[in-house]
Design a protein around this ligand. Sequence first.
Ligand SMILES: Cc1cc2nc3c(=O)[nH]c(=O)nc-3n(C[C@H](O)[C@H](O)[C@H](O)COP(=O)(O)OP(=O)(O)OC[C@H]3O[C@@H](n4cnc5c(N)ncnc54)[C@H](O)[C@@H]3O)c2cc1C
Ligand code: SF4
Length: 465
Amino acid sequence: MAEHYKPFKYKPWEMSLEQRFQEVFPPYSQREAMQEANRCLYCFDAPCIVACPTHIDIPTFIKKIATDNVRGSARTILESNLLGATCSRVCPVEELCEGACVLAHDHKPITIGRLQRYSMDYASSHKIKFFEPGKANGYKIAIVGSGPAGLSCAGELAKLGFDITVFEKKKWGGGLDTYGIVVFREPVEVSLSEVKMIEDMGVKFKFNHAIGEQVTFQQLVDEYDAVFVSVGLGNVPSMEIPGEDLDGVLDGLDFIEETKTEALSTIKYGQRVCIIGAGNTGIDCATIARRLGSQRVMIVYRRSEAEMPAYPFEYEFAMREGVNFMFLTNPVEVIGKDGKVVALRCQRMDLGEPDASQRRKPVAVPDSEFDIPCDMVITAIGQKKLSNVVDALVKLGVHTDRGYILVEDGTNRTAHPKIFAGGDCIRNKGEASTVMAVEDGKIAARGIAKKFAIQLEEVKQGAKG
Ligand SMILES: Cc1cc2nc3c(=O)[nH]c(=O)nc-3n(C[C@H](O)[C@H](O)[C@H](O)COP(=O)(O)OP(=O)(O)OC[C@H]3O[C@@H](n4cnc5c(N)ncnc54)[C@H](O)[C@@H]3O)c2cc1C
Ligand code: SF4
């Protein structure tokens, strides 16, 4: 994490449980925000805009903060990215806009993420409504899944006058922003207020509606003029090792979800926790366990530090939180006593030739097994594809690749003329992130508008404020 990006001083022994789960970074005061905004060079052809997947006009929104036009600043952000509040908190800014900032090399990059949060917090605390639904155009669109991809697509289409219904299998909207992003990076209320903003734009939500169960994809295709599929991915897959059914083995996404939906004091955690996997989910589970009170948290990863999927700033954050890492270590069995976890049996690994992911393949070292004593094991080895959704779509003629939906560049249309898709469920290459899902939603909205020859320029007429 960049040196200027200082979180609250973290002294757990001085903090209540609730305080430990407050946002890691404090909000900027007006003075701090204006001071930081005044450092921006307002570059011509600004590289920060190019680096932002949603192409927010960053120098313009920063300039508006510098002139104390925070309302205008928030509008500039939302015109490009309706999930500006979430993105200001969860985007890997070091890899995107801040990494590209011209001041990154010689000085400190502009803290674009925190300035964006300043404007978004202002808009939210002043309850400013920026967008009205566009004039009804008579077309009905179904959106499946209310994560960032679904919300972004819904909002952009609502501005154009489409009649939108979002089907969501959970009881709340927001997808992983609500249920998966660790609460001290994004409180649930931030994500839920974005769902409310989209609802206020005239979008209808049907919660507790899993498509494929109550309603089929065929019914949606028959009833609506187009369908946007943004179902994300599923839970953590099984590790296929003995002992996974023991009391004390948890799915990492369920563990995170509990901290976002349940009272913190009711959440069970181990004193000695092993986390399997060193990506986003693994780091989040590890830091949550530490903040809940676990004495020792160990991330076990079968490859080396260099291949670890977590971003460098996440790795650094986890280490500062007292999380330990054991690299080149592969779990082979969860050991139990009286039905409860007592250890994780692992074997040492070495790195061999690169595999299909171009990372060097881990190879087991013979006779190298050893046990890590622990009372909880949390699995965080990625997410399953939603095979029920994919199978239903394939039957309708949608093409897929290894469980991911294939779409056309520029429109996000699938092989079926009425079905579009975006977000994690199409991300068969590279990393997945919230901001990329938001952009997918925009691309699909443009694709759908093009299908019905609706001019995107009309978006601007729907904006006010
Ligand atoms: C633990 C974790 C931490 C992360 N941290 C970050 C981070 O810090 N920064 C970042 O940029 N990205 C992060 N990501 C990635 C980011 O959350 C995802 O890339 C993003 O949420 C994808 O958006 P989406 O709309 O495609 O899917 P999701 O957010 O997964 O939303 C999909 C929605 O579809 C619903 N759904 C599924 N099936 C059905 C069905 N049959 N019918 C109706 N509804 C259905 C689901 O309930 C869900 O609400 C993280 C991911 C995880 C797992
Ligand atoms: S690159 Fe940095 S200095 Fe230039 S406009 Fe963007 S934020 Fe401002």
